[in-house]
Design a protein around this ligand. Sequence first.
Ligand code: GRF
Length: 201
Amino acid sequence: MLRIGVLVGAKGRGSNLMAILNAIADGTLNGQVAVVIGSLKGAPALEAATLACVATVVVGTANRTDDEYGEVLLRAIAKRDVDLVVLAGYMRRLPDALTTSYAGRIINIHPSLLPAFGGHGMYGRKVHEAVRDAGVSETGCTVHVVDNEYDHGAVVAQRCVAVHPEDSVDDIAARVLGAEHSLLVDVIRDICSGLRPLPLA
Ligand code: GRF
């Protein structure tokens, strides 16, 4: 069974992580979350993982150079024999040690239709504000392969949602988040079943 490592944000809410864990629990996803890694103890995503009896590790960035942080992160992942790394709310650029060692085995979920509304500084609410301000009629989410540039690697899959003129930023965010959960689980299911073989191109 494919072993998945999930990297969450410092204060990660963890809804994408929960979508993965729920799909595994109800038997629709044939994989195993081997470890959830965050950078701040007590983050909701880490608490949720603990409640679901999944191992958690905290790898902080304080007092570490980028290289040191990368080495510790890499060790934490390698130690658990992880096949696939999923970034779910992880905001930093991944250290080179990781993108090199796990090339084609790291995916990220981003809340827009990349390349639109992506790149450094485009995260969370800012993305949906930019979508509303641009007046587009459609947005969505993207699962992409992670390299060492923000929101840059090859697109694996996307899902669109409508944007209505009367939508608030919260309306857009909620609609996109629902699409994120189903898209991320669908992509991981395809990887687990071999339909999308690792490493991803
Ligand atoms: C999601 O919107 C994801 O696209 C982005 O960060 C957010 C994480 O949300 N990368 P959650 O912690 O999974 O609820």
